[in-house]
Design a protein around this ligand. Sequence first.
Ligand SMILES: Nc1ncnc2c1ncn2[C@@H]1O[C@H](COP(=O)(O)OP(=O)(O)OP(=O)(O)O)[C@@H](O)[C@H]1O
Ligand SMILES: [Mg+2]
Length: 473
Amino acid sequence: MKVTQGASSGPSGSRESRVATHSHIKGLGLGEDGTALTGTAQGFIGQRQAREACGLVLDLIRLKKFAGRALLLAGGPGTGKTALALGIAHELGQKVPFCPMVGSEVYSSEVKKTEVLMENFRRAIGLRVREIKEVYEGEITELTPTETENPLSGYGKTISHVVIALKTVKGTKQLRLDPSVYESIMKERVSIGDVVYIEANTGAVKRVGRSDAYATEFDLEAEEYVPLPKGEVHKRKEVVQDVTLHDLDMANAKPQGGQDIMSVVGQLVKGRRTEVTDKLRGEINRVVDRYIEQGLAELVPGVLFIDEVHMLDIECFTYLNRALESTISPHVILATNRGNCVVRGTEYDGGAGSGSQGIVAPHGIPLDLLDRCMIVRTAPYDRDEIREVLRLRTKTESLVIAEDALEKLTDDGMQSSLRYALQLLTPASILARVSGRSQVSLADLEESHSLFIDARTSAHNLVSGSLRASKMI
Ligand SMILES: Nc1ncnc2c1ncn2[C@@H]1O[C@H](COP(=O)(O)OP(=O)(O)OP(=O)(O)O)[C@@H](O)[C@H]1O
Ligand SMILES: [Mg+2]
């Protein structure tokens, strides 16, 4: 998953591009002292207690003191549990892995349930590797591929070599490189003016950022500007790489002769494999351990977020218990909107004909796992908070809405759910646009309200409909 760093992406509102359900959430909106800021802090409104609790958990995660535990976000539908988890992801930044999944993802006819969980666990554990490498580093001032006729086929041309000039503060050096380097240059989307380094013995190209000489250019993408490298072009450099254990698993399951740390492990773990097996994971763990012992690498436990956790079954829960206690474990965040319900997988008919109804537990989670959880409750919203969330969403979706329409929408939110009210917003805006208005009016809203009914009304309609039908018979 790609997480853009919310806290540092500048003032919210300046870049509101693609709009998804949670795109207004940019962080947890906490002050320096960990208290929840009032107003629309980083997209979060109300829910102060839960936010402060998440802030504390965030501190524990940063201090690496949260391992072996889990955070459980429990509360009614649409009270912002998923939003809180994504807020935490934003606050953690890009360096800490964050792996979101949904409880029902584990059910596959091809892969074992625990296998899916294991894979996600490993996606959430990062490894920061430091290596000293011989590199050529500098700003690209020239990039010319030289073409020749392809000797094998009559048509087309191939690249025989590529000439790259790299500039540093000390000077410029021109390199004549293999065509394979040109391929990795294309892959990294490098262009003139970028600062890159090329590994001397493998030819791997890494883009560091855009040279800050170009910092006045207008860019649609947020660019990272870096100063012109100091020293010689050819030098030894400490290279820091962030990978997850899952990346290592994958890279070594299909050995392809890669270029960096991945294949370093690949060389150690001999043999050709096409599947990630427990044995392979064990071997990788051993190599990783050795790297850590030698001080070459550092473990960065990230966060595994399991939404709708009541969808897991008893097998998965016992697996979670064990995985939480292993020495390398990510921090686990769970979310559920269920109260008391049956733990999945316990409701089998025990053969004695008793027809067991299954074990009922809070949130459908067995008590032994609940014991390991820190539970944070999300409270239902009051009128003002619903209005604020709606107002924020209208801004995120670049809509203008009349005050009376907003009030009506708030009523809807109170009566059915916040999510329903949020859902109505977009159709209403389209109706407004169709009738040639830029502002969403009360009439648009009422029209979309009549077109799309809420869950309760729909259920009511069905029940009364079937009554009528049964009377007719
Ligand atoms: N405190 C809040 N501030 C701003 N937006 C919020 C807040 N709470 C919820 N929202 C928004 O309301 C919508 C519903 O919230 P969310 O999806 O987080 O609910 P949920 O608790 O995960 O519900 P469910 O149990 O159905 O999964 C989302 O678009 C979310 O971004
Ligand atoms: Mg949710």
